[in-house]
Design a protein around this ligand. Structure first.
Ligand code: ADP
Ligand code: MG
Length: 592
């Protein structure tokens, strides 16, 4: 039957309802879109409450930037977004949202309350819509942020309503998406209420492991492996369950691409490949994989709910993830502490391709405290201690000697025999042979120095500022650590919301190490000054694979021997292994 009215434009409500068919499948998809908006708005606290599986209501409030009163109507208009202006922007999208579809689509299939305030005056505006039609507008008293209430979802779309599962199932889907968002945004405080009962509360600054511990069964988190791998422009981090704890359920493999939770077959099969031979065919491991890659290497605009992405080079992603997993599983979890914390900057020798023989001049420049300028170098002050400690060890400076801490028994006199594999220092005392991990020992010494003296912020201005691209997720991390970074000696400047300029670095760090340090910090690895010191010590320390001269080794060993806590590095790995006469006798089977 032909219609006599011919071709006509659909009314906006109907357009939105059709779009909702793609974007809003169920309450969990509403929740995902609204949480993404809150994160895009820079919220540091997000509270969610759902009733009857989200069908009766989903309420979400955040303390983000809010929407200016005069733009409220625009926010619920199709293709209206504050996040995208040009097609080029779409290629380098840094926010979760960009389609400008979520709010109008959702509003067209429910009763929709939107209240928002963008200023500090405690006043906001609120809209109410029913099935996409504006019912009214009021002024409300509220702090800066946004509150959205979606009720009676799909009441006007019976076909959709019929497809919803039992409330318990919908609740589980909502909880899943809530948890997935919370795992990727450790700097944000998240709370979930089901009905009136609080079922999750994730405090800001928790580690990934902390959050997983409250959702995964006991036992899994006791033996996990840390995932840290960089390959080409690809950065992979996260956490791997031990093969021994693999289970028959596939839902504990969580994949994120540039912070977005996604389902991705390439990454999934690479993870399974990485575990191959270690788990049974019907078992699935637990894994949380954060893949970071340059924005132009991945297309996020291939799925209306943004649940899938497309990689430019799928093969490279597959190989990198498989390698990351294989290598991650080979590394045993550190014996103590929390191996899975992203807060622990674990470095492995294979990741630090440092020149084996840096020229003395370059080493000096890297480690001489630059009071005003890196030049001129003071060659006469090139004592080995300064090369290693940037400032002379405190023992040389009586006036600033820290209060001595009660230490273990004084170290015995020793003879330094040499360096093995450019990584281990071999030391002989009267009755023992000791092998010292040079990186771990140096790291411990620097950490102790920072802890007791503080870093006095000696800074080295850079002739050319380092440029560090920022993801919106970085902003709050940066904000939280900004003043501490300044105290450490960093000179930072935001040249735009997307670009951080580092104009000065702490004297202890080379520019390259400073960049790695900042990257660690942006990955939310630091939650306190102590964490910053630990990362700094790690980044500034000698690496495995670096040759050092005998006098440098001596001053390092001496400084290390004076430490009260000298057996483990700040991450809990051992610093020294020892064999005495008894152990040797046993090993040579002279004695049983
Ligand atoms: P998109 O996220 O793709 O831009 P949405 O329809 O989800 O589209 O949101 C439309 C606009 O409304 C956003 O671009 C943003 O400016 C604003 N907005 C939505 N939710 C929030 C929120 N929680 N806080 C601040 N602004 C918001
Ligand atoms: Mg959005």
């Amino acid at each position: 039957m032909a219609h006599d009215s011919g071709i006509r434009l659909l009314p906006p409500e109907l357009q939105n309802q059709i779009a909702a068919g793609e974007v809003v499948e169920r309450p969990a998809s509403v929740l995902k879109e609204l949480m993404e908006n809150a994160l895009d708005a820079g919220a540091t606290r997000i509270r969610v409450q759902i009733r009857d599986g989200g069908q009766s209501s989903v309420v979400i409030s955040d303390n983000g930037s809010g929407i200016p009163a005069e733009q409220l109507e625009l926010a619920v208009t199709r293709h209206a977004t504050s996040k995208l202006e040009t097609l080029e922007d779409l290629q380098t999208i840094r926010t979760f949202g960009f389609r400008g579809e979520a709010l109008p689509s959702i509003a067209s299939v429910c009763r929709f309350h939107l209240a928002s305030s963008s200023g500090e005056d405690g006043v906001g505006a609120a809209l109410e819509l029913l099935h996409g039609r504006l019912l009214g507008r009021t002024e409300v008293a509220m702090p800066r942020g946004t509150r959205i209430e979606v009720s009676d979802l799909f009441a006007n779309v019976p076909a959709r309503l019929k497809f919803l599962k039992q409330p318990a199932t919908e609740t589980r889907k909502c909880t899943d998406i809530f948890v997935r968002m919370a795992l990727a945004n450790l700097q944000v405080d998240f709370e979930l209420l089901i009905g009136d009962r609080q079922v999750h509360r994730f405090l800001a600054g928790q580690s990934l492991a902390d959050r997983l511990r409250s959702i995964w069964p006991d036992g899994i988190m006791e033996s996990v492996h840390d995932l840290q791998h960089t390959e080409g422009g690809l950065q992979i981090c996260g956490l791997l369950g031990d093969p021994a704890t693999a289970q028959a359920r596939p839902d504990r493999i969580l994949i994120y691409v540039n912070q977005r939770p996604v389902q991705d077959k390439t990454v999934l099969s690479a993870v399974r490949e990485g575990y191959r031979g270690k788990i049974l065919g019907r078992e699935y491991p637990q894994a949380v994989i954060f893949l970071h890659l340059p924005l132009d290497e991945v297309d996020v605009n291939v799925h209306p709910a943004k649940a899938e992405v497309r990689f430019r080079d799928e093969g490279a992603v597959f190989r990198a993830v498989r390698r990351a997993v294989t290598q991650g599983l080979e590394r045993t979890a550190p014996p103590s502490g929390d191996p899975s914390q992203p807060g622990q900057p674990v470095r492995y020798p294979d990741q630090s391709p440092e020149p084996a023989f840096p020229s003395p001049a370059s080493r000096l420049m890297e480690q001489t405290p630059g009071h005003a300028f890196p030049w001129p170098l003071k060659f006469e002050s090139s004592r080995s201690a300064e090369r290693l400690f940037a400032t002379p060890p405190v023992t040389d400076r009586a006036e600033s000697r820290p209060t001595p801490l009660p230490g273990p028994e004084p170290a015995p006199p020793f003879r330094y025999l040499g360096q093995l594999a450019r990584t281990y220092l071999i030391v002989l005392t009267n009755d023992e042979i000791t092998i010292i991990d040079q990186h771990a020992a140096h790291e411990r010494v620097l950490f102790h120095m920072l802890q007791t003296q503080g870093h006095k912020g000696e800074r080295r201005p850079l002739l050319m500022a380092l440029e560090i691209p920022l993801h919106p997720a970085h902003c709050s991390v940066l904000q939280d650590r900004w003043s501490e970074l300044g105290r450490l000696g960093f000179g930072l400047e935001l040249s735009s919301p997307q670009l951080l300029l580092v104009r000065a670095v702490p004297a202890l760090l080379t520019p390259a190490a400073a960049k790695e340090f900042m990257e660690d910090v942006l990955l939310s690895k630091a939650r306190s000054m102590e964490d910053l010191w630990s990362i700094m010590a790690c980044r500034a320390a000698l690496k495995a694979g670096e040759a050092i001269a005998a006098d440098e080794a001596l001053s390092l060993i001496e400084a290390w021997q004076k430490l009260p806590d000298r057996e483990h590095c700040p991450h809990g790995r051992p610093i020294a292994l020892r064999w005495g006469e008894r152990e040797l006798e046993k090993m040579f089977k002279r004695r049983t």
